[in-house]
Design a protein around this ligand. Sequence first.
Ligand code: FAD
Length: 370
Amino acid sequence: MYDILIIGGGLSGLISARLLALEGLSVAVIEKNVYPFHRVCGEYISNEVKPFLESIDCFPHALQPTSIDKLTVTAPSGFSLHAKLDMGAFGISRYAFDNFLKMRAEEAGATVVEGEQIGTVQQTEDGFICTSLSHQTYRGKLLIGAQGKRSLIDKQLQRSFIHQRSPYIGIKYHIRTTHPDDLIALHNFQDGYCGISKVENDTYCLCYLTTRENLRKYGSITKMEEAILYQNPFLKKLFTESEFLFQAPEVINEISFDAKSLSDQQVIFCGDAAGMIAPLCGNGMAMAIHSAKLLSENILLHKDTLDENKILKHYKKEWNATFKQRLWIGRTVQKLFGRNSTTEISLRILSYFPFLLRWIISKTHGDIIQ
Ligand SMILES: Cc1cc2nc3c(=O)[nH]c(=O)nc-3n(C[C@H](O)[C@H](O)[C@H](O)COP(=O)(O)OP(=O)(O)OC[C@H]3O[C@@H](n4cnc5c(N)ncnc54)[C@H](O)[C@@H]3O)c2cc1C
């Protein structure tokens, strides 16, 4: 019987595990994949979490992340907008970063079980029993759902968003190319946008979000890229002149930005499982880390009793105050981009009113957390 069971060993699960284990709680993280592994993500992390990560010895200095402080956004026509990112960010692959955080969680005393997918969650008198698809059982007094944007568990818990299909898919490559180290570029195309920025080891992350309908229309990823992404001259250059390092791209589907509940059947959610911001805003990872901090602090306030209701009450209040407006603005901004005409108009307006772009950036990012 662990004090805390965590489903999912992404950023929110691993940071929670480290914070809680450091304070003497017995913690187990159950992750369906085996580290290190690639996942669809733009791999650009807002510096709002840098001091906090440093304070808990989780900033990956040794992996030599890239410093990023410039933004370029382009329309499908090639029209470009440039801005300085005041807070800045760092680029690191999830392959390296998640593995590094797994080691940090273990070093703090947490158990990380790899290659086990939780299929069912059952409440008992003294906590929870989670059963994996290979019939292993794990017991915990308190259960954190850090399973990301969409999981088997969401189905079993019958969470409301799971019944709605989402039109979005995400695709990612690692490439070698020529691109300024300190720049993140967001290139828009019909029904989607593609980010490019540098991670470690002279590698660049090329990751885009588009619709399932685009893929259906063209039949394959390559044909869709040639027909739609190549219309943006910057993307055509990137796709035709870079060295692609994966055998095949990483792909995910059913990416939903709808509002979610912070708890269901006494399971408390953090990270994307609690709410996901549009990748366009570039700070889902910072939010996942921040929500793990908020949840862990509230658990530690009630460390002796692990009183679920008290933990949840404060966590909900803080989570809403910290993220609710940001998620709403993220959803609204995402709607401006996507269609060729609205993207072009939005970018041209923003080029005349640079303070508006700075406002959007500041409203979709948080304050620096310590
Ligand atoms: C296309 C795209 C681009 C993005 N780009 C960026 C970006 O550049 N910058 C940024 O900050 N954010 C970006 N994001 C968002 C970011 O990836 C997420 O916000 C972040 O990964 C959330 O972390 P998490 O810990 O909540 O979930 P995740 O990192 O998704 O981790 C969840 C973990 O749970 C595991 N899991 C799921 N179900 C089970 C189960 N049943 N049993 C066991 N394990 C399970 C999964 O394998 C996974 O490892 C992007 C998202 C998308 C879709």
